[in-house]
Design a protein. Structure first.
Length: 105
């Protein structure tokens, strides 16, 4: 996916309605090569959403975030790895980081 198209999709994610989606995108954007183990993404979701009383298995396997972001062609899941479905320039990566702001803090 072309970087600017990807960024446009990020901006369209409504945080109040799709918090998990933007959390995953922001998390992956911070990782080397924009990829991480699915277990690490699930652990981040568990930590950031601890008040929801869901376990790690839910975040790894049952949470619809994987299907939704995959359907939007924003992520690719290869075996146990998840990665953003784009090659971002350093400037574009910085734009997403700025947009993400305090989402993961």
């Amino acid at each position: 996916m072309i970087g600017q198209i990807f960024i446009d999709k990020v901006y369209k994610i409504n945080y109040s309605q799709a918090k998990f989606q933007i959390q995953v995108v922001c998390y992956l954007n911070k990782q080397e090569n924009n990829e991480a183990l699915r277990d690490d993404c699930a652990l981040m979701l568990l930590e950031k959403n601890s008040g929801l009383k869901r376990n790690l298995t839910h975040w790894r396997n049952s949470c619809p975030v994987w299907k939704v972001l995959g359907g939007k062609q924003m992520i690719v899941i290869d075996d146990d790895k998840v990665r953003l479905n784009t090659n971002l320039t350093p400037s574009q990566k910085g734009e997403i980081s700025k947009y993400c702001g305090g989402i993961l803090n």
